[in-house]
Design a protein around this ligand. Structure first.
Ligand SMILES: *[C@@H]1O[C@H](CO)[C@@H](O)[C@H](O)[C@H]1NC(C)=O
Ligand SMILES: *[C@@H]1O[C@H](CO)[C@@H](O)[C@H](O)[C@H]1NC(C)=O
Length: 365
C-alpha cells in the first residue's frame, strides 16, 4: 500500500504535481448526460415546455419543492451519488455550479432530447446531445482555470459518466404523430439501425472528450408507460409497437457498445439493461411492494396517463405504492430499484460488470 502510494506520487510529480494532488484528494466526479429520466433541473433555466417546475413534482424531495426533476423525489443520478457517497451533481446551467462545486462533476441532461437532432423539436429550447457535449468541453475549460489542464484531464478521466438517451427518439419522434416524417423515411428496423449508428458517434465523441467509465442505459419498456397504455394499449396492456421498438433497439445497443469497447481496447462503456430492470417490477409489482405498475400517481384520464402532471391532477396519497410517478417517469421508489440493479445486478442487468465492481476495480488503479 505504502509502496503503491509512493509510486503514484512519484508518477504524479513527473506529470503535474498540482493536477495529481487534486486527483488524489478529490472524490470521484460524476457526469450525467441525457433526457428527462436524468435531468436534475437544467430545463428550469430554459424557455421550453418540457419542465417539471410545478407542484406536485418534488413533493417527496428533501425540500418538498419542485426542482426540475421528473419525479416525486430523487432521480437516478441523485441515488447513484448518494450510494457512492458523492455530493449530488448540479445542473450545468445552475448558477451555484462554481468554484469547488465544479470538481464534483455536472449534470448536462435536458428533458425532451434524443439521439437525433430533430427529436423533441416541439419542446423548443432544449439542450440537444451535441450541445451537451459542447457544454462538457466548456466545463472542462472552467475546471482547468481552477486546477490546471492536467488536473482537469485527471478529474474527467477518473470520473463516472451516466448517459440515458433514446426513448424520446421513439416517443417524441418516430411515433409522435401518425405518419411522422421519420416513419415515412424509415421502416422501424432501419430507423433503429440509424439511431444506433448515430448514438455510436455520440459515445465516441464522449470518449474523445475524456470519459473513461460510462454507464449507458438502454430504453425501458416504452409501451408500458401509463401514457402509452392509455393511448395505444389494448385494454390497458403495454403498447405493442413501442415494445417492439425497444426489443429491436436494446440488443443492438449492447452490440454497439461491445464493438466500441473492442475498438478502444478497454471496457469503457457499460450497458445497463433498463428494459429488464423496469420490466421486473412492471410485470410483478406486488413483489416490489407496489400496488400498481399501470396507474401513474399524478395525472388524469385512464391510468392517469393523459396530459401532464399539474397541481389539479389526481395525486396518489402514498408514492411508495406506485411504480410510475407521471405518465412517463418512475417514482423515487422505482428509481431506487433501478439503482440497486445498477450497483449490484448480475451480468444480465449490467454488462460486462456492475457499478460496485467498477468502483472496486477503479479504486485499485
Ligand atoms: C446534429 O447536430 C450536430 C451539431 O449540432 C452535427 O454535428 C451533427 O452532424 C448533426 N447530426 C445529424 C445526423 O445531422
Ligand atoms: C455485482 O455486484 C456484486 C456485489 O454487490 C457481486 O457479488 C457480483 O458478482 C457483481 N456481478 C457482476 C456481474 O459483476
Amino acid at each position: 500500500m505504502a509502496m503503491a502510494t509512493s509510486l503514484v506520487i512519484s508518477f504524479c510529480v513527473m506529470i503535474s504535481l498540482l493536477g495529481c494532488v487534486y486527483a488524489q484528494q478529490q472524490p470521484r466526479a460524476f457526469f450525467v448526460f441525457g433526457d428527462s429520466l436524468v435531468d436534475s433541473g437544467n430545463n428550469d433555466f430554459l424557455a421550453t415546455t418540457a419542465r417539471a417546475d410545478n407542484y406536485p413534482y418534488g413533493i417527496d424531495y428533501p425540500s418538498h419543492r419542485p426542482t426540475g426533476r421528473f419525479s416525486n423525489g430523487y432521480n437516478i443520478p441523485d441515488l447513484i451519488s448518494l450510494e457512492l457517497g458523492l455530493e449530488p451533481t448540479l445542473p450545468i446551467l445552475s448558477p451555484l455550479l462554481v468554484g469547488e462545486k465544479l470538481l464534483v462533476g455536472a449534470n448536462f441532461a435536458s428533458a425532451g432530447i434524443g439521439i437525433l437532432n430533430d427529436t423533441g423539436f416541439q419542446f423548443l429550447h432544449i439542450i440537444r446531445i451535441y450541445k451537451q457535449l459542447e457544454l462538457f468541453q466548456l466545463y472542462q475549460k472552467r475546471v482547468s482555470a481552477h486546477i490546471g489542464s492536467e488536473g482537469a484531464r485527471n478529474l474527467v478521466n477518473r470520473g463516472l459518466v451516466l448517459i440515458t438517451l433514446g426513448g424520446n427518439d421513439f416517443v417524441n419522434n418516430y411515433y409522435l404523430v401518425p405518419y411522422s416524417a421519420r416513419s415515412r423515411q424509415f421502416s422501424l428496423p432501419d430507423y433503429v439501425r440509424y439511431l444506433i449508428s448515430e448514438y455510436r458517434k455520440v459515445l465516441r465523441k464522449l470518449y474523445d472528450l475524456g470519459a473513461r467509465r460510462v454507464l449507458v442505459t438502454g430504453t425501458g419498456p416504452l409501451g408500458c408507460a401509463p401514457a402509452e397504455r392509455a393511448q395505444r394499449g389494448i385494454n390497458g396492456e403495454c403498447g405493442i409497437e413501442l415494445q417492439r421498438a425497444a426489443a429491436l433497439y436494446n440488443p443492438q445497443l449492447v452490440e454497439m457498445l461491445r464493438g466500441l469497447n473492442q475498438e478502444i481496447g478497454s471496457d469503457i462503456f457499460i450497458s445497463a439493461d433498463a428494459y429488464r430492470m423496469h420490466m421486473d417490477y412492471i410485470s410483478n409489482p406486488q413483489a416490489y411492494g407496489f400496488v400498481t405498475s399501470r396507474v401513474a400517481c399524478c395525472g388524469q384520464g385512464p391510468y392517469n396517463g393523459i396530459g401532464l402532471c399539474t397541481p389539479i391532477s389526481n395525486l396518489c396519497p402514498n408514492r411508495e405504492l406506485n411504480a410510475f410517478w407521471d405518465a412517463f417517469h418512475p417514482t423515487e421508489k422505482a428509481n431506487k430499484i433501478i439503482v440497486q440493479q445498477i450497483l449490484r445486478g448480475s451480468a444480465e442487468y449490467m454488462y460486462p460488470m456492475n457499478l460496485s465492481t467498477i468502483m472496486a476495480v477503479d479504486s485499485r488503479i
